[in-house]
Design a protein around this ligand. Structure first.
Ligand code: AMX
Length: 425
């Protein structure tokens, strides 16, 4: 197997000991408190779970194992997965070994294609990806080893094996969803010598004479890889896996959360907004026209898609990375030019309105325009691309949780009656 497994095996005993000691010495210290508003309000801001793979800082954005995401944009997603799992970037040999592990596990069983081809023609691409992952659950080594009887200390090993199996197959599955759902013709075979993201790019079948689309896929799959532990998809995956449901069940559940319009589905709205501006003005508007258009939209009670964030209070560095890419690759594309103009105009409009806590662009503010530039104009597919990437984060968190023996999640719920009594005493 890859050196990823050996690196983890070497680190896990010390990680377990560190946590054991921490709980023993400081287990009764208070790190957060819960207000009534938080209990009713999506548990926002309550510090009650641990995630060591990444951190979202309001003034800095996503930090992966101590590395700001903007410093990782030239890395491959495979390198990021190694980093998420171990806290270290792989050397050349470890990267090559991980890539070989993925290639060895990449083949998708034919019954999965039968499931996808049998689904109704108008199925959402996220339904199809989810179904494919659930169909694959029968391949789970974790489930088999658990049935056979396995020691708790060993859980992380089949969790890693299942994760590699799933990650290896995701590019073919996601590309297959695209080609089947949007009638793009036969499935395309993976080329064995390509990295994970470039393999996905070729299986999608997007013309890519200069390799720029493969570069975009590498960037896209790095930027969406993880976003702490409390977001809907990561948290859902975490809870489901805490029941010792295997990684296929857990990731499928997490991705069902990603399919929500307030989470992963937001990216398709952002591009719709940009294209509606192009239609309305017959191309790129002036700065004044765009500002007026945005003000009218706000006056009509609508948000500006791609702007604002629940946690961030600066321009999302992932937006900056996509913007830099677009400036290099498609600066003369009017759709990208509108994204660029929004970046200059919208923050001032939102600041003047004074409601949004963060008037700056988020990750979804520009990525759709880049996909559109390369001819992926099926908006409903965009969430699948983030799903492929986010699986890296969900699975790395899952492997670590099984290694640390994280118990089943079971917070205490209370009734409204209980709260009313509690606040009046
Ligand atoms: N345009 C207009 N108004 C906005 C706004 C925007 N982009 N962002 C926030 N506001 C408004 C809110 O609607 C809220 O108004 P209200 O008081 O009348 O309800 C007020 O500003 C305060 O909101 P907030 O605390 O700044 O944001 P939030 O944490 O409640 O919501 C988010 C965050 C992302 C849902 C919000 O900024 C938004 O709706 N943005 C536009 C949609 C979007 O880009 N979604 C993608 C998010 C990225 C992702 O996670 N995929």
């Amino acid at each position: 197997m890859s050196m990823l497994k050996e690196t983890l095996a070497a680190k896990i005993p010390a990680m377990r000991e560190e946590i054991r000691t921490l709980i023993k010495k400081h287990g009764d210290k208070v790190i957060s408190q819960v207000t009534v508003a938080q209990a009713y309000g999506g548990m926002r801001g309550i510090k009650c779970m641990v995630c060591d793979t990444s951190l979202v800082e309001p003034d800095k954005g996503l930090i992966i194992r101590g590395h700001p995401i903007i410093e990782l944009t030239r890395r491959l997603p495979e390198e990021i997965f190694f980093l998420l799992c171990t806290g270290e970037l792989p050397d050349d040999a470890a990267l090559a070994a991980l890539q070989k592990s993925l290639r060895d596990r990449a083949e998708v069983p034919s019954y999965v294609w039968d499931v996808l081809r049998d689904m109704p023609d108008d199925s959402h691409p996220m339904d199809m990806l989810d179904m494919a992952i659930l169909a694959l659950e029968r391949e789970s080594v974790f489930a088999r080893r658990y049935r056979e009887g396995m020691r708790k200390e060993e859980y992380w090993e089949p969790a890693l094996e299942d994760s590699l199996r799933l990650i290896a197959k995701l590019p073919a599955l996601a590309a297959g969803v695209y080609r089947i759902r949007f009638n793009k013709g036969e499935l395309l075979a993976p080329k064995p010598d390509l990295d994970w993201a470039a393999g996905y790019a070729t299986m999608l079948g997007v013309p890519d004479p200069d390799g720029e689309f493969a570069d975009l896929m590498r960037l896209y799959l790095v930027l969406h890889c993880d976003h702490e532990g409390g977001n809907v998809s990561a948290n859902t995956c975490h809870i489901v896996a805490s029941s010792l449901a295997d990684p296929f069940y857990a990731v499928s559940a997490g991705l069902s959360g990603l399919a929500g319009p307030l989470h992963g589905l937001a990216n398709q709205e952002c591009l719709r907004f940009v294209l509606s501006i192009k239609d309305k003005f017959g191309g790129v508007p002036s700065a004044e026209q765009l500002a007026d258009h945005c003000k009218q939209r706000l006056a009509g009670g609508q948000v500006i898609p791609g702007y604002g964030h629940a946690v961030l209070r600066v321009t999302d560095p992932r937006f900056v990375a996509f913007h830099n890419f677009g400036s290099k690759v498609c600066a003369d594309d009017p759709v990208f030019q509108i994204v660029d103009l929004c970046y200059k105009v919208v923050p001032e409009v939102l600041k003047a309105q004074g409601k949004a806590k963060n008037p700056y662009p988020n990750v979804d503010g520009g990525s759709g325009a880049l996909l559109y530039h390369f001819g992926i104009n099926e908006f409903s597919y965009y969430t699948v691309l983030s799903a492929v990437s986010r699986s890296l984060g969900m699975l790395s968190q899952l492997i670590l949780n099984r290694a640390m023996g994280t118990p089943i999640t079971r917070p205490k719920s209370v009734s409204t009656e209980w709260i009313k009594e509690a606040v009046t005493v």
